[in-house]
Design a protein around this ligand. Structure first.
Ligand SMILES: NC(=O)C1=CN([C@@H]2O[C@H](COP(=O)(O)OP(=O)(O)OC[C@H]3O[C@@H](n4cnc5c(N)ncnc54)[C@H](OP(=O)(O)O)[C@@H]3O)[C@@H](O)[C@H]2O)C=CC1
Ligand SMILES: N[C@@H](CC(=O)OP(=O)(O)O)C(=O)O
Length: 369
C-alpha cells in the first residue's frame, strides 16, 4: 500500500479533509502516517485502523520515507519543508492546500473535474507538486466549467461574497462573537421603536468593546471589501488569483480576462459570487443552462425564480455539501452575449479539502498501477 504522510490534519481544512476521507473509506487503500508540528509522540486520529504515533512534521528524514505527502498546514510550513525535501532528492508526490507553490512552474493546480487531463499529462511528464487552488477560483470553475469547456468565455467579472472561514478558524469564532455582541445591544429594546434598535446596534458595532481583533473591522451586520494583501496594480491578491490561477488551471495559452472585487461577508463557510460573463456567441439561456449542467456531477442549475433561488441558491442551503448551485442566469441588457450568473459553494469542501482528497486518490491510483 502507498505510504502517505498527512500534515495539518487537525486544522480546519485538515479536519474537513479527514471527515471526507473517513466517509469515502479512503484510509483503507493507503498506509497513512500522521505528522504534527506541535504534538510529536502523541496519539494520532481515529481512522478505524492502527496507526503509528504522531511524527515530527519537521523531521525531513522521516518525511522522505513517504511516497505521498498531503499538507493542510499552510504556506509557512510548505516554504520551510518542501525545499528541504526536494533539495534532498525526494521525488515523492507533494499535495498541498496552501497557496505557496501554486504559481510555480513545477506545479499543477488541481481541480480534477475541470482539469483532469492537465493533471494526467503533468504526472506522466514527471511533475510531482499538485496544489489545491484558491477557494474562490475552484468554486467559480466548478460552477462555470461547462462554459469554459465549450470555449464560450470571452471575459468575466466576478464580485465575491466570501465567508469568514477563508480567513481562518479564529475569524469564524469572531464572527459569531460579533453577532452575539449585536444581539446583546439590541435584545433589551427589541420591543421598542426600531430607530432606537438601529442606534444601539450601530453604537455597539462602532464601540471599543466590539470584537474585531482578527478581522480588524465589524463583519457581522457589515462587510469588508478587501481580502488579502495589496498588489501594485490596485487589485488585492485574492482578486489577482482569480485571473492567474484560473488561466493556469485551464492551461490557457491566451489568458481569459477575469477581474472583480473580493468582499468578505458574514457567512460561516460558503463563498458566493455574482458573475457578469461575456459569451463568445450570443447563446440562448437554455443552451447556457445545458452546458453548465453537463460539466460535472456537482453543479446544479437553479431556475431564475424567487422560489428556487431562496430554496437552493443560498449559503444556508449549500453549507456542508458538495453541491455547487448556479442560478440567476439571464441575458443582461449590456449587449449581445453578456449574461449574469450567481453561484454558491462550500469554501472548505470544493474550495479546499475536496480537490486535495481527490488528488490523493489519483496519485495513489497512479503509484499503485
Ligand atoms: N485552498 C484554499 O482555498 C484554502 C486553503 N487553506 C490553506 O490551508 C491552511 C490551513 O488552514 P486552516 O486549516 O484554516 O488552519 P488552522 O489554523 O485551522 O490549522 C493549522 C494548524 O494549526 C495547528 N493547531 C494549533 N492549535 C490547534 C487547535 N487548537 N486545533 C487545531 N489545530 C491547531 C495544527 O497543526 P499541528 O497539529 O502541527 O499543531 C493545524 O494543522 C491555510 O494556511 C491555507 O494555506 C485554507 C483555506 C482555504
Ligand atoms: N483567501 C481565501 C482563503 C484562502 O486560504 O485562500 P488561499 O488558499 O488562496 O490562500 C479567503 O480569504 O477566502
Amino acid at each position: 500500500m502507498v505510504k502517505v504522510g498527512i500534515v495539518g490534519w487537525r486544522g480546519m481544512v485538515g479536519s474537513v479533509l479527514m471527515e471526507r476521507m473517513r466517509s469515502e473509506n479512503d484510509f483503507q487503500g493507503i498506509d497513512p502516517v500522521f505528522f504534527t508540528t506541535s504534538q510529536a509522540g502523541q496519539k494520532g486520529p481515529d481512522i478505524g485502523k492502527e496507526i503509528p504515533v504522531l511524527q515530527d512534521g519537521f523531521d525531513v528524514e522521516i518525511l522522505k520515507g513517504m511516497e505521498v505527502i498531503v499538507s493542510c498546514q499552510g504556506s509557512d510550513y510548505t516554504k520551510k519543508v518542501h525545499p528541504q525535501l526536494r533539495e534532498g532528492g525526494w521525488n515523492g508526490v507533494w499535495i498541498d492546500a496552501a497557496s505557496a507553490l501554486r504559481m510555480s512552474e513545477k506545479s499543477i493546480i488541481v481541480l480534477d473535474p475541470v482539469n483532469r487531463e492537465v493533471i494526467d499529462k503533468g504526472f506522466d511528464a514527471g511533475i510531482r507538486d499538485f496544489i489545491g487552488g484558491n477557494c474562490t477560483v475552484s468554486l467559480m470553475l466548478m460552477a462555470l466549467g461547462g462554459l469554459f469547456e465549450a470555449g464560450q468565455v470571452e471575459w468575466l467579472s466576478t464580485m465575491t461574497y466570501q465567508a469568514a472561514s477563508g480567513a481562518g478558524a479564529k475569524n469564524m469564532k469572531e464572527l459569531v462573537s460579533q453577532m452575539g455582541a449585536i444581539n446583546e445591544a439590541a435584545q433589551p429594546i427589541l420591543d421598542g421603536p426600531v430607530a432606537a434598535v438601529d442606534t444601539a446596534v450601530a453604537g455597539a458595532m462602532r464601540g471599543d468593546a466590539f470584537p474585531t481583533d482578527n478581522f480588524g473591522a465589524p463583519l457581522a451586520g457589515s462587510l469588508i471589501p478587501w481580502i488579502d494583501s495589496p498588489m501594485e496594480n490596485g487589485q488585492t491578491r485574492e482578486e489577482w488569483k482569480g485571473v492567474s490561477e484560473t488561466n493556469k488551471i485551464l492551461e490557457n495559452e491566451t489568458p481569459i480576462p477575469i477581474d472583480g472585487i473580493c468582499v468578505r461577508i458574514g457567512t460561516m463557510r460558503c463563498h458566493s459570487q455574482a458573475i457578469t460573463l461575456k459569451l463568445k456567441d450570443d447563446l440562448e439561456i437554455a443552451e447556457v443552462e445545458r452546458l453548465l449542467a453537463s460539466a460535472n456531477d456537482w453543479v446544479k442549475v437553479v431556475p431564475n425564480t424567487k422560489e428556487a433561488t431562496l430554496k437552493d441558491l443560498t449559503p444556508t442551503a449549500v453549507t456542508g455539501t458538495l453541491t455547487v448551485p448556479v442560478g440567476r442566469i439571464r441575458k443582461m441588457n449590456l449587449g449581445p452575449g453578456v449574461i449574469s450568473l450567481f453561484t454558491v459553494g462550500d469554501q472548505l469542501l470544493w474550495g479546499a479539502a475536496e480537490p486535495v482528497r481527490r488528488m490523493l486518490n489519483i496519485a495513489v491510483e497512479k503509484l499503485s498501477a
